[in-house]
Unconditional design. Sequence first.
Length: 289
Amino acid sequence: MSFKPSELILNSDGSIYHLNLFPEELAPTVITVGDPERVTQISKLFDRIELKKQKREFTIHTGEYSGKRITVMSTGMGTDNIDIAFTELDALVNIDLKKKEIKEELTSLEIIRIGTTGSIRNEIPVDSFLVSEKAIGFDGLMHFYNASAFLDESFAHAFIEQTQWSSKKAKPYVVQGDQDLIQKMSSSQTIPGFTATNIGFYGPQGRVLRLSLADEKMNERLNKFAFNGQVITNLEMETSGIYGMSKLLGHKAVSMNAVVANRETGEFSKDPGKLMENLIQYSLEKLVS
Ligand code: R1P
Ligand code: URA
């Protein structure tokens, strides 16, 4: 089967539509970050940089760190961008862009998100590192795909019941990260977490500035929720999409979080820049260890 031009979209030079990249420009290990400026913060630690590209929110550098070829790219904020970024990353390795056909032999990428998060638990303080073992997505992305084979339905069901989740919102979905990669990136310096991903930073994460919330008790209910001994630890905006798209496409993913805020204590990191710098250094070292 050959893809129609409207489905697999290429730029006039033959690169993939949004990422603006050619297959040979992508490394087998990909670090994704929300903030385009974080790409430079990471690639400046590389021993060499072979490529720099930028289109929309996607800033992409490919280079080498301690002998490992790595692509670092920004996705901007939210799982809507993750759908685009991950579909095109996969197309770069698993679709022959010239023949417009799926390759017979598929390649699995190693993908590491390095991002910020807000803890919803007293015992997970600001300035700590959290590795997401699982994610619960409130974003609905997985419901557009045939993902039933790996979504944890009993967990999602328990969550809906316990939190009285409104049916006006997308049905939550529960998905795991890659166990091997999680293990590789974890240590005594990291806290294991169960991450909730939502579609916004303010109302969707229970923040009130000038607008009142549809459910003022949402964060309290998230905090109280427990199933099979597991509790939700933190809130951010990409991990469920990253884990879901990776499972669908056959890639390995882990989400590394710098805890910049604690929603229980009301604290925010006094030096989020340094915290991120430390998480980047930690993650790069773990990746090549
Ligand atoms: C919100 O401030 C952003 O920060 C977190 C959230 O997931 C969202 O993208 O991640 P990044 O620091 O990677 O952007
Ligand atoms: N990123 C988020 O999405 N939420 C927070 O509270 C902090 C960082």
